[in-house]
Design a protein around this ligand. Structure first.
Ligand code: ATP
Ligand code: MG
Length: 565
């Protein structure tokens, strides 16, 4: 009894310690009755595919809603029509679903609130808190001042409420050209926070919107639209990234002036960055547009679509995000940590198959021609539930080219003339001779096998130091394997001086002549496997067919990365 109590106490203590600052804030708000029920949202702009940084935001927001039995909203922040596209709306939904965040029955669109935003602007005008300004964009910038110099008031700042109402309506009705007039908040031109120096709330822009078509020719600015979207939906904690910290006073100004009964709170956290990886949407877009990668889902990218195509699982990403934690300080996470998470996830879940990436033939001279043995191979020694399969063994096999050396260096325990190794799941073989072509390349290795040494037979007569994998030549299936390195040149860093990306010329290696065991009959897109000694591989969704299997290497088996537990 005492033991159990102690354990529980320790558990509780751990939980308290591990709470991040956002959780602490939420719990305080709930305790003090500021809000009854937590409501969070993920508000992407549909102007590109989501990446791993967004995954952090999604899982954070969704995780908080779930933890505190609240709601999570999926909302497209589509108030800027120029860059937004339906293709992105669809891909974003698919990615969030795949990640395991459940937004319930409703998908929200900020553009559905254009009328309410318009009415909110009218309310501000009526309160004398907003005015129509005729200064040009350049003049507005000039009047705004700098960090050291206070701003100057616009000559249009003191228009009457009536005049402002009329002009704003005229703006809406298309009476003015793009850029001719804007609506501005009337706050404080000498505020030390430049965001508070009468920021623009609405602009005239004749653009067709993917949702509202040509209904509007005025569009709200982000800093005005976002707090309204949150307030309309009853969001309690509006979580965003650090670059918005300076915008928080404006967020608060908007929700307070509009007198929402339970105004949402903005909370900032640090963006997720990975070492030697391009995360910004802008940069991914550039790689796609310049044709350096084969689309948004190129497996070298860290868009969610790319990670999925490469063979990452939602569980691995969830675990990774959990390990990253939530912080107020910007920092980069080692890419190796992501690799660690996918290895850990697949290790027990996936069968361990034999695949030869760079084959040479091995002939067992004393094995009867035409004979076949079907070896019983356990799919994963650490997980019996995955069962076993039959692998044919015969006289001619393929092995890895680098598992044979004519003149081995010290400590090379694989095949070389006179040496004996174990063929995985099968017999000991001893290298007797080899054949070279006219260019000096090894084309065949000849061995003899010892029938006494069959795996599982209990043979203890002698030991060998090396075990190599193989596939049976007459039954092998030819496959294409793609190996990846970081898209960015690690030596040079992500960006060169002119701002372009330092692309690693070796980021993709295509091996067209790989040989895999015949057990991949039902392999389909996104299925993944361990290839013994080579890593984890996933069937490519774009290019693989039952006739021509294509595998992406997700990750190799070894890593220097150690997690502090
Ligand atoms: P990018 O910086 O890649 O262009 P973005 O911020 O413009 O991304 P949005 O669609 O506006 O993309 O982002 C949706 C949400 O995802 C926002 O709340 C944003 O703060 C969050 N987010 C974007 N990038 C990251 C990141 N690297 N780490 C954590 N959250 C992020
Ligand atoms: Mg953005």
């Amino acid at each position: 009894m005492e033991e159990v109590k102690k354990e529980n106490m320790e558990k509780e203590e751990k939980e308290v310690v591990s709470k991040n600052f956002i959780e602490q804030m939420i719990e305080k708000d709930l305790e003090e009755g500021v809000y009854e029920q937590v409501c969070t949202r993920f508000p992407p702009e549909p102007n590109g595919y989501l990446h791993i940084g967004h995954a952090k935001s999604i899982l954070l927001n969704y995780g908080l809603a779930k933890k505190y039995h609240g709601n999570f909203h999926m909302r497209f922040d589509d108030t800027n029509p120029t860059k937004e596209r339906q293709e992105f709306v669809e891909s974003i939904k698919q990615d969030i679903q795949w990640l395991g965040a459940d937004w319930g029955d409703t998908v929200y669109f900020a553009s559905d609130y254009f009328e309410q935003m318009y009415q909110a602007a009218v309310k501000l005008i009526k309160k004398g808190k907003a005015y129509v300004c005729d200064l040009s964009a350049d003049e507005i910038r000039e009047y705004r001042g700098t960090l050291k110099v206070p701003g100057k008031e616009s000559p249009y700042r003191n228009r009457t409420v009536e005049e402002n109402l009329q002009l704003f309506e005229d703006m809406k009705n298309g009476k003015y050209q793009d850029g001719e007039k804007v609506l501005r908040a009337k706050i404080d031109m000498s505020s030390p926070n430049i965001n508070m120096r009468d920021p623009v709330l609405y602009r005239v822009a004749r653009m067709t919107h993917h949702n509202t078509g040509d209904q509007w020719c005025i569009y709200p600015m982000y800093d005005f639209a976002h707090p309204i979207e949150d307030a309309i939906e009853g969001i309690t904690h509006s979580i965003c990234t650090l670059e918005f910290e300076d915008h928080r006073p404006l967020y608060e100004w908007v929700v307070n002036e509009l007198e929402y009964p339970h105004p949402p709170k903005q909370i900032e956290f640090a963006k997720l960055y990975l070492t030697n990886v391009v995360t910004g949407k802008r940069y991914i877009k550039k790689l796609v547009e310049d044709g350096i990668v084969d689309g948004w889902d190129d497996p070298r990218l860290v868009s969610i679509a790319a990670l999925r195509r490469r063979g990452f699982t939602p569980e691995a990403l969830q675990n990774f995000i959990e390990l990253c934690g939530v912080s107020k300080a910007n920092s980069s996470v080692d890419y190796a940590m992501l690799e660690y998470c996918i290895r850990e996830d697949l290790k027990l879940k996936r069968p361990r198959m034999m695949a030869v990436l760079d084959p040479i033939k091995l002939v067992i001279d004393n094995y009867p021609e035409g004979q076949v043995e079907y070896l019983d191979v356990t799919n994963n020694l650490e997980n019996e539930e995955l069962g076993s399969r039959k692998v044919p063994f015969c006289r001619e096999l393929y092995i890895e080219r680098d598992d044979f050396m004519e003149e081995p260096p010290k400590k090379y325990f694989r095949l070389f003339p006179g040496n004996e190794v174990r063929l995985m799941h099968a017999y000991f073989v001893k290298c007797e001779s080899f054949v070279k072509d006219e260019n000096g390349n090894i084309t065949e290795v000849h061995c003899t096998y010892d029938p006494e040494t069959k795996a599982g037979s209990g043979f203890t007569g002698r030991k060998v130091k090396g075990t190599i994998h193989w596939v049976p030549a007459p039954y092998a299936v030819q496959a294409e394997v793609r190996l990846y390195e970081n898209i960015v040149d690690e030596e040079k860093g992500v960006y060169s001086e002119d701002g372009s990306i330092n692309v690693n010329p070796n980021s993709l290696t295509v091996l067209k002549n790989c040989m895999v065991e015949p057990s991949f009959d039902d392999a389909k897109a996104y299925d993944s496997y361990q290839f013994v000694r080579q890593g984890f591989f996933c069937v490519d969704v774009k290019d693989s067919t039952p006739e021509h299997l294509v595998f992406n290497r997700i990750v190799s088996l070894k890593s220097s990365f150690k997690i502090n537990k």
